[in-house]
Ligand binder design. Structure first.
Ligand SMILES: [Zn+2]
Ligand SMILES: [Zn+2]
Length: 401
C-alpha cells in the first residue's frame, strides 16, 4: 500500500513514551525512501521540512506545529489508500485504539493540507508573533492527557520530563525542592517550563543544571528564580565566555551528588561525547538517566559529530552503560531504555570500524561517503540526512587523530 502521509496534531503525555511515535519524522522519511509514499505524501514531507527550516526560532508556533517530535505537537498521520482517506482527528491517539477516521474526500485533504503548509511557511517567514498561534493545534487535544501539565511526562516517582518543540528537559520534584535542567533555548521556552513546574508543586526550584553548553538547550535561564543555583560541568566554563546564557553559579567536577529534598541526583561527566561538557544526570533511586545530544533512541548523532573523537564518545557511552538504570531520557526524541545506550555504542563502533577499514584500503573521504552504507541503521532517525556527515566526522578524527 502506498501512503500519503502527514497532518494533524494530536498530543498526549502518554504518547511520549510510546514506541509508536518513536522517530515520527524518521518513520515518514523511511516510508518515502521505500517509495511507499505517493507524490503528495512526498510533497507533504518536503513542505514540512521547509516549514521546519523556516521556523528554527523555537518561539515561533510553526516550529511546534512542524517539529513537535517529542510531544508538543505530534504529527499524526493521514494515511490513505486509493479509495479512501483516514484522517486523524485531533484527539489523543493510542496505538491500541487506532485513529478515529471519518472518511473524507481525498482531494479535499490534499487541498486543505497544502493550504495549511503554505500558510505555515508564510507565517514562519513573516516572523509570526510567537504567542499568536501557539495554542490551538495542541491545546485542543490536551484534555485527554493525564493530570500533568501539558508537555510533562512522568518517568518515575519524582522524576519528569518537560518537552517543548524537540527539546526535552528532565526535572526532579520533591516536597521540599525542585531540580531542573536545561531552560530550552529561550526566555519564552523557559517561562513555559517554569510555569509547568509551578503547576505541579509549590516547592522552590533550587538548582538548574545545564546538560552541556549548547545554547539551544541552555539559553533562557533568566526565567528561573533569581535564587536558583545554576550548575554546569567545569569544561563548560570556557565555552560560556561571552555566552548570553545565564551565568553558572557552580561548576562541578566529574561526579557530584546533589540532594533534592532527600532524593539523590548524580551529575556525572563521562568524558567527551557530543561536547566536552556533556553531563549524565542520573537518579539512582529512580533508575533514570538523562543525557542530551550524546545519545538518543535509534537516532544517528547530529551531522559531523564535531564535539569529540568518536572513540571518546564511545567511551563516554560505555560509562553511561555502566550505570544501573532502566529509563533513558534523551534530550530529543522518545524516552528509551538502557538497551538503547548499547545500540548507540554498537552503531558508533560499527561506523568507526567501517571507515577505518576503507581508510586502510586507501579510499578518500568522498569514496567512502559514496560507497559506505550501514543498512542495519537505515531505519534510524536521521540516517538519510546525516549518515554521510557522520562518516565525515569519523574520517576526520581517524585521519587527523
Ligand atoms: Zn548539543
Ligand atoms: Zn540538542
Amino acid at each position: 500500500m502506498r501512503w500519503d502521509v502527514l497532518v494533524w496534531a494530536p498530543r498526549s503525555d502518554e504518547q511520549l513514551g510510546s514506541n509508536f511515535f518513536f522517530g515520527r519524522v524518521g518513520l515518514l522519511w523511511s516510508l518515502a525512501d521505500e517509495n511507499r509514499l505517493s507524490f503528495f505524501g512526498k510533497l507533504w514531507l518536503a513542505a514540512f521540512y521547509e516549514v521546519g527550516d523556516a521556523c528554527e526560532d523555537q518561539a515561533n508556533p510553526f516550529h511546534d506545529l512542524t517539529f513537535g517530535m517529542a510531544g508538543e505537537t505530534i504529527m499524526g498521520a493521514v494515511l490513505w489508500a486509493p479509495r479512501s482517506v483516514k484522517i486523524a482527528r485531533r484527539v489523543s491517539f493510542s496505538p491500541s485504539v487506532g485513529f478515529s477516521s471519518p472518511m473524507i474526500k481525498r482531494n479535499a485533504v490534499v487541498v486543505a493540507s497544502l493550504v495549511v503548509v503554505g500558510g505555515a511557511i508564510l507565517g514562519c517567514s513573516a516572523g509570526t508573533n510567537p504567542d499568536a498561534g501557539a495554542a490551538p493545534p495542541a491545546a485542543a487535544a490536551t484534555a485527554a492527557a493525564v493530570q500533568l501539565p501539558a508537555k510533562v511526562e512522568r518517568l518515575a516517582d519524582n522524576v519528569y520530563l518537560f518537552t517543548q518543540s524537540t527539546h526535552r528537559s528532565l526535572f526532579v520534584v520533591t516536597d521540599e525542592a525542585v531540580l531542573a535542567t536545561d531552560p530550552q533555548g529561550s526566555q519564552a521556552n523557559a517561562e513555559r517550563f517554569v510555569q509547568a513546574i509551578g503547576e505541579m508543586t509549590e516547592a522552590p526550584i533550587r538548582q538548574v543544571v545545564y546538560s552541556h553548553h549548547h545554547g539551544d538547550h541552555i539559553l533562557g535561564g533568566a526565567a528561573f528564580p533569581a535564587d536558583a543555583e545554576f550548575i554546569a560541568h567545569r569544561n563548560a566554563e570556557a565555552h560560556l565566555v561571552g555566552s548570553e546564557a545565564r551565568s553558572v553559579d557552580r561548576f562541578v567536577g566529574d561526579d557530584e551528588t546533589i540532594d533534592v529534598g532527600g532524593l539523590q541526583v548524580r551529575l556525572i561527566y563521562p568524558g567527551a561525547s557530543e561536547t566536552d561538557s556533556s553531563l549524565i544526570i542520573f537518579i539512582p533511586d529512580r533508575r533514570v538517566a538523562f543525557m542530551v545530544d550524546a545519545v538518543a533512541v535509534r537516532t544517528l548523532p547530529w551531522r559531523t559529530m564535531d564535539g569529540a573523537d568518536p572513540r571518546d564518545w564511545i567511551s563516554a557511552l560505555e560509562r553511561l552503560d555502566e550505570l544501573d538504570f532502566d529509563i533513558l531520557a534523551p534530550g530529543h526524541g522518545p524516552t528509551g531504555h538502557k538497551s538503547d545506550v548499547r545500540e548507540n555504542i554498537i552503531y558508533l563502533q560499527t561506523l568507526v570500524a567501517a571507515v577505518q577499514q576503507r581508510i586502510d584500503q586507501g579510499q578518500t573521504l568522498e569514496e567512502i561517503q559514496n560507497t559506505l552504507e550501514l543498512p542495519d541503521y537505515a531505519e534510524w532517525v536521521r540516517y538519510d540526512e546525516h549518515f554521510k556527515e557522520n562518516v565525515q566526522g569519523v574520517y576526520r578524527e581517524l585521519v587527523g587523530g
